[in-house]
Design a protein around this ligand. Structure first.
Ligand code: UDP
Ligand code: MG
Length: 144
């Protein structure tokens, strides 16, 4: 069983797409193990995207990510990291496969609705950036 961090970005929240996105996650059989809505400060957005600090889009990206509320989730399932990336589609919505979240909803390479961790190590770091262990709930089988 694997866990990944998912974010519905400010564009997804402000455009009323929370339900559409979560419907796809549940439809894919992912279990939502944690969820909360937060509003990142610029500094918090910079911390989250620190790996992209040197990239030309870093300032714009962190301005965007701190421009409105976001919904953050821990998703759980078998191979959920890769599976979620497939549901999301390519970073650039113009290259995303039809039927993916980004192909269907994104309007811009930056404003692309969702974030998803890209590997087990980044998933662990990203989940820990937002959630403490008590905020991540187990399934019926996992609950002691
Ligand atoms: N991004 C951007 N311009 C680019 C590449 C990325 O604005 O040329 C933004 C976009 O919002 C993307 C985020 O930066 O989702 C992080 O980039 P990454 O390459 O990690 O893409 P992702 O993992 O989100 O598909
Ligand atoms: Mg990434």
């Amino acid at each position: 069983m694997e866990r990944t961090l998912s974010i519905i970005k400010p564009d997804g929240v402000s455009r009323g797409l929370i339900g559409d996105v979560i419907k796809r996650f549940e439809g894919a059989g992912f279990r939502i193990a944690a969820m909360k809505m937060i509003y990142l400060s610029k500094k918090e957005a910079e911390g989250f995207y620190a790996v992209h600090r040197e990239r030309p889009f870093f300032q714009s990206l962190t301005d965007f990510m701190s421009s409105g509320p976001i919904l953050i989730m821990v998703l759980e399932g078998e191979d959920v990291i890769q599976h979620n990336r497939e549901l999301m589609g390519a970073t650039n919505y113009k290259e995303a496969k039809p039927g993916t979240i980004r192909a269907d909803f994104a309007t811009d390479i930056e404003k692309n609705i969702v974030h998803g961790s890209d590997a087990p190590e980044t998933a662990a770091t990203e989940i820990a950036y937002f959630f403490n262990s008590l905020e991540i709930v187990g399934s019926i089988e996992q609950n002691p």
